[in-house]
Design a protein around this ligand. Structure first.
Ligand code: HEC
Length: 111
């Protein structure tokens, strides 16, 4: 008895890996001190705007491939790829910027 062909299984695995990545804490929630630091670099950033960026990242960027941890790539990588994915993710208005500010803000600062 076959319930899902190979293609169906791939979709399930992709969805599952995104869900696991998000649940494993690799998609961290922004903290207040990170918001303060981020506001120093990008005026107007607040804890709320970072939380909104995270929610957008999880909701809009997990449909086609697994979410990657913000710390998995240097900032320049995100600065290039978030705008590049904006059309695919159907982002509008300030959504790309909100996602980018989130990805920058929650990176480990102890380098
Ligand atoms: C409609 C499907 C779709 C959505 C939604 C989507 N992506 Fe992608 N993404 C792809 C595909 C397909 C590729 C690989 C081909 C390419 O790079 O053009 C890709 C590649 C990437 C890569 C490159 C990975 C690497 O190591 O080179 C990154 C980073 C990325 N996506 C981030 C995002 C982010 C951030 C969002 C949300 C803003 C997003 N994606 C939303 C389809 C999607």
């Amino acid at each position: 008895m076959r319930r899902a062909g190979p293609a169906g299984r791939t979709v399930v695995l992709l969805a599952l890996s995104g869900w696991l990545a998000a649940c494993a804490g690799s998609i961290p929630r922004p903290a207040a001190d990170q918001a303060v630091r981020a506001a120093g670099r990008s005026p107007g950033v607040t804890l709320e705007s970072l939380s909104r960026g995270r929610a957008l990242y999880v909701a809009k960027c997990s449909g086609c491939h697994a979410l990657e941890a913000p710390a998995a790539h240097p900032e320049a990588f995100w600065a290039e790829h978030v705008p590049a994915m904006a059309d695919r993710a159907r982002l509008s208005g300030d959504e790309p910027a909100l996602i980018l500010r989130y990805l920058e803000a929650v990176r480990p600062q102890s380098r």
